[in-house]
Design a protein around this ligand. Structure first.
Ligand code: DC
Length: 199
């Protein structure tokens, strides 16, 4: 891959398969990958003033072992409603998106706010039940509670005024409800290939 700027924006609700698809696309094309949800999880997990946390986030914050828990996801979703938190994280994400060599970012607002100029925009989704089942297989616990928690997070992420979860008008919608991981990854790779400059 040449040193060209090329951004793949992957947005969608919780547990839709964004991370898996993003990692596979990054690996296939040799692009860098950023899981932007981790930034909000790290801000929520720090405690204290979330705006201060967002402005002073360090690599150590992103390396915490507890960022993947359901509690960290809820805390992330809450701090993500604060415009000053989002603003503090914007420059880093934009620079990452437009670095040379290609970048894949997954999140909620990559194609709408962080990088509206992204060459590829995917909105990865799946039914609530399918997503809850996947998250439950990953984290365990009570499946009904996993579903309720996921719905609560999605509705907060979609209803907020600042950069709400929604597909960009030019996003390709990928509903993975009835797809295997391999199938979803193949569809995403095909979308990137269609838009990569020749040569
Ligand atoms: O992708 P995730 O489940 O790790 O994200 C955790 C929360 O962070 C999510 O519920 C909302 C917030 N988030 C966001 O507001 N914008 C992003 N680009 C990524 C995540």
């Amino acid at each position: 891959m040449s040193a060209r700027v090329f951004t793949v924006a992957i947005d969608g609700p919780a547990a839709a398969g964004k991370g898996t698809i993003a990692r596979a696309v990054a690996e296939r094309f040799g692009f860098r990958h950023l899981d932007t949800g981790l930034l909000y999880r790290a801000v929520g997990a720090r405690g204290g003033d979330p705006v201060v946390a967002a402005r002073t986030l360090s690599p150590a914050d992103l390396a915490r072992a507890d960022l993947r828990t359901a509690a960290a996801g809820q805390a992330a979703s809450r701090v993500a409603t604060i415009p000053a938190v989002r603003e503090a994280l914007t420059d880093f994400q934009r620079r990452f998106a437009r670095q040379e060599g290609g970048a894949v970012l997954d999140g909620r607002d990559i194609g709408t706010v962080i990088c509206p100029e992204a060459e590829v925009k995917l909105f990865v989704t799946a039914s609530d039940e399918v997503r809850a089942r996947r998250r439950w297989l990953e984290l365990g616990g009570d499946e009904a509670e996993v579903l309720a928690s996921l719905r609560e997070r999605d509705s907060r992420d979609s209803a907020r005024a600042a950069a709400p979860l929604k597909p960009a008008t030019d996003a390709v919608i990928l509903d993975t409800s009835a797809m295997s991981v391999d199938e979803a990854v193949a569809r995403a790779i095909a979308e990137v290939e269609r838009r990569l400059p020749a040569g």
